[in-house]
Design a binder for this molecule. Structure first.
Ligand code: PGA
Length: 270
């Protein structure tokens, strides 16, 4: 794993935007995996700024979001489709037809199962995900793969954990229905992406970040599955890095990486 520790959350957004820009430079019609949540908002703001400065184009990009709530309509102000429209898609030149969010507002279990199968098929037909952006929950989830999720799971219905419901309570009014089910890419689906880019900022993520990087590979910490991926970049701020026991090593390793890149030797620290 590549572990990059940066001074602040805004440095994390800049660094992640550089990775996305690099991906689009290599392949203008990249397939991007996108995430919702408060963490990627600063990255999306930076991508919008670079698009407006004509440094980036999303004209040929295809996107797949990680997850969507079950039980609220796509037009609900808290649906992840609405989130993506309002935080990114409305401000860049992506073709909205090329943006995919799991279709989860369906009346029956069978319809949801079919939707999950269709989502997997659409990803495969698009050629697979080139770069998947991820956040991490305080309980170590990625997407809505809650603790105890199979590390081989595919897109499916998941029941949200109490910790996730609590963490997301702030987005819903007190008397409003809050979803407790979601349709989410599985951990196996996420691991099929060619490059994983996980962002974490703030001290409330420090324990999950430590478990992801330094804990055992475990279904109890879904993000620890990144240990199984050959091309995972974990970009975090100092606060989220606070509990890492090998923090100095990761920083030293990144310095070596830049030096090796300058000498053309490439890198050795995946
Ligand atoms: P957050 O959510 O970015 O809002 O902290 C991350 C997640 O739960 O995956």
């Amino acid at each position: 794993m590549r572990i990059v520790i940066l001074p602040s959350a805004s440095d994390v957004a800049q660094f992640a935007a550089d990775i996305v820009a690099n991906q689009l430079e290599i392949k203008a019609d990249s397939v991007l995996g996108l995430a919702t949540g408060s963490t990627p908002v600063a990255l999306y703001d930076e991508l919008i700024t670079r698009y407006q400065a004509e440094q980036l184009s999303f004209k040929e990009v295809v996107s797949f979001n990680l997850d969507e709530y079950i039980g609220i309509s796509v037009t609900h102000n808290q649906s992840y489709r609405t989130f993506m429209n309002q935080h990114l898609f409305e401000f860049i030149n992506i073709d909205i037809q090329n943006t995919h969010v799991p279709e989860a507002n369906l009346p029956t279990k069978q319809a949801l199962l079919n939707s999950a199968v269709r989502y997997e098929k659409s990803i495969a037909e698009a050629g697979g995900i080139d770069l998947q952006i991820l956040g991490i929950g305080i309980n170590g989830h990625i997407g809505f793969n809650e603790p105890s999720s199979s590390l081989a799971s595919r897109t499916r219905v998941k029941t949200l954990s109490q910790s996730t419901i609590e963490a997301n309570k702030r987005f819903f009014n007190e008397d409003e229905f809050q979803p407790y089910l979601a349709l989410t890419m599985g951990i196996g689906t996420i691991l099929d992406s060619r490059h994983l880019l996980l962002l974490a900022t703030g001290e409330n993520k420090a324990s999950a970040v430590r478990a992801m990087i330094e804990g055992p590979l475990s279904a109890m910490v879904p993000a620890s599955a990144l240990q199984q991926h050959v091309n995972a970049s974990i970009i975090i701020d100092q606060a989220a890095a606070a509990q890492l026991s090998l923090k100095k090593y990761y920083q030293w390793s990144e310095r070596q990486r830049s030096m090796l890149a300058q000498t053309g030797l490439g890198s050795t620290n995946e």
